[in-house]
Design a protein around this ligand. Structure first.
Ligand code: HEM
Ligand code: HEM
Length: 187
């Protein structure tokens, strides 16, 4: 078993990167859960779920901008040595697409909200307002943005399945300790 990750600190993600990773992954999962529940509750309860979905989505957008800034200031670890080239390439591609989606998906949501509402702000849990995009009301444009939003969400699900399959492969088949690069160190 190589288990480089637990031995050499320079092969691990920084604590900030780890916090961003798991917080954003959790918020994304909650956001899918909220929107998938809308059809099984009353209209009033559904409206509340969608309002929370929007607020959490905007948080994901803002946290992702913070995460990218953090990544630029804190170098991620090198790929695990000895790994096949195709695997490193696949992981890098999935990670890059994740960044595109963590921006593009909530942005499409922000756009569809703004197009349907004519630029209304998004209420963040009733605590404060996040501005809407400066669009005039446009239902057809809103529908297009909704379709893009749904499509990007589907792509994210496929990538997440691939990503988790990769993590499980490394944990149980390769047994290379990769998961510990993304988990706070045990003292
Ligand atoms: C983490 C970010 C987000 C994820 C993972 C996500 C995911 C989804 C998914 C899977 C759907 C259902 C799509 C369909 O039925 O085809 C949806 C619908 C929707 N999303 Fe998002 N979304 C995110 C961010 C946002 C943001 C930032 C907004 C607006 C500010 C937003 C507004 C909406 C609205 C209004 C709907 C339609 C809900 C309904 O009436 O059923 N989303 N989203
Ligand atoms: C929607 C949810 C998720 C998203 C968007 C996501 C996104 C990412 C991204 C972008 C990276 C690359 C970090 C960087 O280099 O900057 C990464 C790394 C990683 N993720 Fe996730 N992730 C998610 C869920 C998960 C889950 C559920 C697991 C575990 C089963 C996981 C395990 C890992 C591990 C172990 C790494 C480090 C890979 C390495 O050492 O090269 N992720 N993730």
């Amino acid at each position: 078993m190589i288990n480089v990750a637990t031995r050499n600190p320079s092969t691990r993600y920084s604590t900030g990167a780890i916090v961003f990773h798991w917080l954003i992954a959790l918020l994304i999962a909650v956001n899918f859960g909220l929107v998938w529940t809308v059809d099984s509750v009353s209209k009033a309860a559904g409206d509340k779920l969608v309002a929370n979905h929007k607020a959490i989505g905007i948080l994901v957008l803002l946290l992702t901008l913070g995460r990218i800034a953090w990544r630029l200031m804190n170098r991620p670890p090198e790929p695990i040595p000895g790994r096949a080239r195709w695997e490193t390439l696949l992981a890098t591609t999935v990670h890059s697409l994740f960044y595109v989606l963590m921006i593009g998906l909530p942005f499409a949501g922000w756009a569809l909200h703004s197009l349907y509402s004519g630029g209304h702000p998004v209420s963040i849990f009733g605590l404060f307002d996040f501005p809407g995009l400066p669009f005039a009301q446009d239902k057809q444009g809103g529908e297009v943005a909704m379709n893009v939003h749904g499509l990007l969400a589907d792509v994210l699900l496929v990538l997440a399945a691939l990503h988790v399959a990769g993590a499980l492969k490394h944990q149980f088949l390769d047994k290379d300790g990769e998961i510990w690069r993304m988990i706070p160190r045990r003292r």
